[in-house]
Structures are given as C-alpha cells and as structure tokens.
Design a protein around this ligand. Structure first.
Ligand code: PMM
Length: 315
C-alpha cells in the first residue's frame, strides 16, 4: 500500500524548485480580473478593486494569489493580448510590490513574460503549453515554476472534447506526454506542477473520477494542483444530493470539503475563491494526515477500524 506523502513530509513529489512551501498543501487564491469569469465575473474587473481583493486574499492567508485576465469558462472567447496584459500586469506589479506572492493565469507567452517581469513568481497555464508554442521556452528563460494543466481545446468548444473511455488513465497519459514535451523544450521538470484540469473538457463524472484517482497523477512524480472551486461538478453533486440548483457563489463550503479531500489525497496545492475556508480545509487535512501517518505505524484496532479499510483515498 502506498503511503500518503503530502507536501512537506516525505514524498519526492512534494517539492517545486523555486517555490518554498509552508509544510502543508498550498492555498492559491483566485483573482479573476475579468468581466465574465464563470463564478466571480465582473467583480474585480478594474485594477484598483482587483489589487484590493488580492491584498485581502493575501491577508486571509493565501500562499499565492493567482491573477487571471482571460475567462476560461465554457464557451468563453479569447480577449486579445493587449487587453490581457492591461488587466493582469498592473495588478501583479502592485501585489508583488506589497510583498504578495503572485502567479499569472495565462495561456500566452507574452503575458507570462510581462507578468514575471512585474513580479509574478509562477506561471499557471491552463493549456499546459498547448495554446502557445512559445510558452515553454519563455517560462524556462524566466526560471519560474509552471503549472501545466490538462487541456484538450480552447474554452469555446472544450465541452465537445469531453470524451474518455478511462478518464484517469487518459489524462495521466496526456499529462505525461506534456511533461516530456515541456522538458524537450527546455523547461526544468523540477519546476513543473501538474493539474488534472477539472471542468476543462470534462463532465462531472470525469471530474469526480480524477479527484478519486489523484494518486495516478501523483505517480508521474510531480506535485499536483487541484482547481475544483465552485465548479459545475460540485454543483451537480449538491443538486443530486437534494440541494437543488446551487449557484457557483454558494459552493464554497462544498469546495472546502473537496479541498480537504484533495489535500488528504496528497494534492500539493488547491486553487480556491474562498481562501479562509480553503486554508481551514488543508489545515484539517494536515492534522489528520499527521495522525494517519502515526497510526499507520501502529498495528491494532485504530488502524483497522478507522483508516485501514480503504476509507482514505490513497495517493
Ligand atoms: N480553473 C480555472 C482557471 N484557471 N488554473 C488551474 N491551474 N486549474 C484550474 O482548474 C483552473 C485554472 C477556471 O476557474 P475560475 O474561472 O473560477 O478561475
């Protein structure tokens, strides 16, 4: 049985070169500087409000604030480079000046380059380098960590690509190919974080399978980021559980539960809108895992009764 090896304990997948961690699953706070993101679109569309929100997320304990200037909701249209630069770079610069660790959520190499120059310490690319062939070389030259998410197609028609026979093994294989290709393009694999891309060319049943199968991704030897916050599959689970249609902004408590589950399954980072709840979730997971590790070494009823029965998702 494979031991759970979350961030900061013993697993070889727990480190990302250039990104020191707090010894638990990281919490990335979402800052969408867009008029049309699927769950918080428009709220932080102007720079001043976005900067204030970024400072607020940092004060709430976000380990990283993820600044995005282009919506990736299903059906979304691209915004154009100038607009994306104008939305993200001033916000990254101000937050970095204030000492906030920021990442930039972009598929475009020029935006990644400008954001890193403005102080971003990580590039989060939902296309994993597929949208812009210059991305890998740009990030390699910048020398920052890189999140490579599983992606099959642009948002406008990604739902047509949600077709899998075995989603866990197909996403794992596609990410393994991505990782190899990124390395061939000069990106140091030790700086890469992988992400199953929940909701991107996935139906709710695919998202749940990927969460439950996180261990398969972790076996690629790289840390895994989970972006579940407020997504459709959470809404679907709540609805099927009798809660009826729950709008995205009311999915934060359920998101926190998913964050805790992901952290227990060994996620390196969770990307969330509600940072306070996310932080609570990963702290609880961390405390649980400390005791889990201890009882794993202790034969007897506690182990058998509580955690040795397959109740814990093994990574
Ligand atoms: N999801 C969204 C945007 N960026 N980045 C990563 N690495 N993983 C994700 O799952 C992800 C992402 C879309 O959600 P949002 O509109 O709420 O930001």
């Amino acid at each position: 049985m494979e031991r759970i090896t979350p961030l900061g304990r013993s697993g070889r997948a727990a480190e990302v070169k250039g990104l020191p961690g707090p010894g638990r699953c990281l919490v990335m706070g979402i800052l969408n500087v867009t008029p049309d993101s699927f769950s918080d679109g428009g709220r932080y569309a102007d720079s001043r409000r976005a900067i204030d929100r970024g400072l607020e997320l940092a004060a709430q304990g976000a380990d990283i604030v993820d600044v995005g200037g282009e919506s990736t909701r299903p059906g979304a249209r691209p915004v154009g480079l100038d607009e994306e630069l104008a939305r993200t770079v001033p916000v990254v610069r101000e937050l970095a000046r204030a000492g906030v660790r920021t990442s930039v959520d972009t598929m475009h190499a020029p935006v990644a380059r400008a954001a890193v120059e403005a102080g971003a310490c990580l590039v989060n690319d939902v296309s994993g380098g597929l949208a812009d062939p210059a991305m890998a070389r740009t990030v390699a030259a910048a020398g920052v960590p890189y999140v490579a998410m599983h992606w099959r197609a642009p948002s406008r028609d990604m739902d047509r690509h949600a077709d899998y026979r075995d989603v866990v093994s197909e996403v794992t294989a596609e990410l393994a190919r991505r990782l190899r290709r990124l390395a061939e393009q000069g990106l140091d694999p030790d700086r890469v974080v992988l992400d199953p891309g929940l909701g991107f060319a996935k139906r709710p049943e695919h998202d749940w399978a990927l969460l439950a199968g996180l261990g398969s991704l972790r076996r690629l030897g790289r840390p895994v980021l989970v972006g579940a916050s407020r997504k459709r599959f959470i809404g679907a689970a709540l609805a099927s559980g009798g809660a009826g249609e729950v709008p995205p902004v009311e999915r934060d408590m359920a998101t926190a539960v998913v964050s805790g589950l992901a952290a227990v399954a060994g996620a390196y980072c969770v990307r969330v809108h509600d940072v306070r709840a996310g932080l609570d979730a990963v702290r609880v997971a961390s405390a649980y895992l400390d005791h889990y590790a201890r009882h794993e070494r202790t034969p007897g009823p506690v182990r058998e009764g509580a955690v040795g029965t397959g109740a814990v998702p093994h990574a």
